[in-house]
Design a binder for this molecule. Structure first.
Ligand code: NI
Ligand code: MN
Length: 225
C-alpha cells in the first residue's frame, strides 16, 4: 500500500492496483500548486465530510476519471445530483470493495456543504487492503469512539489531524494514537491556513518523547507500507 500526501487532508492511496483519492482539496491550496489535479488518477474518491476544504476538487476529478465516490449517504446524494457515481455508506458500516474493505467510522466535527446544506454527520475511514490496515480519522476531535477501532483492527498507520483549532491538536493526537493502539502516525490537516500552523520540530519531539513516530510528508511525497 502506497500513500501520497497531497496537502491539507488530501491523500492518494495505491492498493491492489487501484488508485484512491481522499478529500481532494488541491487546486485551492497554494501550498499544493505543484500538484496538477488534471493529471491525478482516481478509481475511487473517499470523502470524510462535506466541508469545502475536503470536497473542492471532487467534482472536477470525478468527471474526468469516472471515479466512484465513497462517503456518507447525504454526500453521495449531493454528488449523484451532479451526475457523479457514488457508493453511499453510513457510520459503523463496512463494505468489501475490489481493492479491500472500508469501514465508515465516527468523527466529532460538523459537515455542511459550502452553501450551508446538510452534509450528514462527518466520519473517518478504516481501510484494509494488501494485508495492511490504516485509519484515516478525517476532521475530528479526540473521541473515546477511537477505542473501538483496535477491538477489531490492528492498525499499521493512523492518519490523524494535528493542526488544532478546527480538529485535534498535537497533544490530543498523541492520546488518539494510544486509543487506536498505533504508534505510527501520519499527520495531516495542518499549516494550510493561519489557524492551523504548527511547529514541526516540536510536534515530532512530543511524539518521539512518547515513543511514537509522527511523519510529516512534503506535499507530493509518498510512504510505502
Ligand atoms: Ni471540516
Ligand atoms: Mn477540514
Amino acid at each position: 500500500m502506497k500513500i501520497t500526501y497531497y496537502g491539507h487532508a488530501s491523500l492518494g492511496i495505491e492498493v491492489n492496483n487501484v488508485t484512491i483519492l481522499v478529500d481532494p482539496f488541491i487546486s485551492g491550496n497554494p501550498k499544493a500548486s505543484h500538484i496538477d489535479i488534471n493529471k491525478l488518477e482516481a478509481d475511487y474518491i473517499l470523502v470524510t465530510h462535506a466541508h469545502q476544504d475536503h470536497i473542492l476538487d471532487v467534482e472536477t476529478i470525478a468527471k474526468r476519471t469516472d471515479a466512484v465516490l465513497v462517503s456518507n449517504f447525504e454526500i453521495i446524494s449531493h454528488f449523484e445530483k451532479l451526475g457523479l457515481e457514488g457508493h453511499p455508506m453510513n457510520h459503523g458500516g463496512q463494505w468489501d470493495f475490489e481493492f479491500g474493505n472500508v469501514k465508515y467510522v465516527n468523527a466529532i466535527h460538523t459537515s455542511s456543504f459550502p452553501d450551508g446544506s446538510y452534509g450528514g454527520q462527518p466520519g473517518g475511514f478504516v481501510i484494509e487492503g494488501e494485508h495492511k490496515n490504516i485509519y484515516i480519522a478525517g476532521d475530528t476531535a479526540l473521541t473515546y469512539d477511537m477505542k473501538l477501532i483496535p477491538l477489531q483492527t490492528n492498525l499499521d498507520l493512523a492518519i490523524l489531524p494535528i493542526g488544532d483549532n478546527f480538529t485535534m491538536g498535537i497533544d490530543d493526537a498523541i492520546i488518539a494514537s494510544d486509543f487506536v493502539q498505533c504508534d505510527k502516525v501520519l499527520g495531516y490537516h495542518y499549516d494550510t491556513f493561519g489557524y492551523i500552523e504548527i511547529d514541526h520540530e516540536e510536534a515530532k519531539r512530543k511524539f518521539f518523547n512518547k515513543n511514537k513516530d509522527l511523519m510529516l510528508l512534503d506535499i507530493g511525497a509518498s510512504i510505502e507500507l
